[in-house]
Design a protein around this ligand. Structure first.
Ligand code: F3S
Length: 283
């Protein structure tokens, strides 16, 4: 069997940095009584979360801060968090390891600075996504999250406003939203903060069209960017499957001559390697 990997696949820079932050914390505190927590799931990937859990890392949210004390280490995930949560962690004197992706930090900074200048902040994104919650918190309530072009059409714009995108937002939907808002306010300040990592994985996948008998997309079934990769893969190849780890590879793929692989931005190298090895062993 020939296995063709997408040119770009797996961990993005921000997720790799967050996972390495947690792994380093585990290594540095293995002999101490410190307990390591992540603020929310570090990545949307059960393989990574199980592995961190086996090393004693616990996931907490704002409702379980009573567990924290001076011996706690808290890793902030790539999505970032709110200033209120940071203050609350500082009050408890925990050690904070901030793994907020620098691209999310930039959007937080823009939301803060522009809202302080009196600009209404519009965020194109998923209202419940951790990153969007963190960015909007920096605008101190002078902010609205819209998820699609329909919501952009219904929006009344004040004179001064600024548009920011969730880093993993759909570029197509963002363009539609932008055009609608600009038609209402020509002075709109626009930051297309969509991260290139998502696009790079999508483009590399499209480059695999007609090159393999089937495509395997590897990643968490609860990961938005992995699901989007799966949808694209299914549109270019009828024999496409989404799996979280090697044991889920369907038998129908084992007799193929060429299989293409891609993986979401929260899929670790080790899982991609396990899938590749499994396929090679089956030849
Ligand atoms: Fe950061 Fe882009 Fe990944 S914003 S977390 S590098 S998808």
């Amino acid at each position: 069997m020939e296995i063709i990997r997408a040119r770009v696949l797996g961990f993005c820079f921000g997720v790799r940095r967050a996972v390495e932050t947690a792994e380093n914390a585990i290594a540095e505190n293995s002999d101490s009584l410190k307990k390591i927590f992540t603020l929310g799931p570090l990545v949307h990937n059960p393989v990574v979360m199980d592995s961190l859990g086996r090393c004693g890392v616990q996931v907490i949210d704002g409702s379980s801060f009573e567990m924290l004390d001076k011996k706690s280490v808290v890793v902030i995930r790539a999505h970032g968090t709110t200033p209120e949560i940071i203050d609350s962690l500082k009050e408890r004197q925990v050690q904070i390891l901030d793994a907020t992706c620098p691209k999310v930090h930039l959007s937080q900074k823009r939301a803060k600075e522009w809202s302080e200048k009196g600009y209404f902040v519009i965020i194109a994104g998923d209202k419940n996504h951790g990153e969007v919650v963190s960015i909007s918190s920096y605008a101190k309530g002078y902010c609205k999250v819209i998820e699609n072009a329909g919501e952009a059409s219904d929006l009344d714009l004040p004179k001064n406003c600024v548009l920011i995108a969730q880093t993993t937002f759909s570029p197509v939907e963002f363009e539609k939203i932008k055009d609608i808002l600009v038609s209402k306010n020509k002075e709109l300040v626009i930051f297309n903060s969509i991260c290139s990592a998502t696009m790079e994985r999508q483009e590399a996948l499209v480059g695999l069209k007609d090159k393999a008998d089937g495509i395997i997309v590897i990643g968490g079934k609860n990961s938005a960017n992995t699901k989007r990769l799966y949808e694209t893969a299914a549109s270019i190849c009828p024999k496409t499957v989404l799996i979280e780890d090697a044991e889920e590879i369907p038998d129908s793929f084992l007799g193929m001559k060429k299989v293409a692989l891609t993986a979401g931005a929260s899929t670790p190298d080790s899982t991609i390697e396990r899938v590749e090895l499994f396929l090679k062993d089956e030849k």
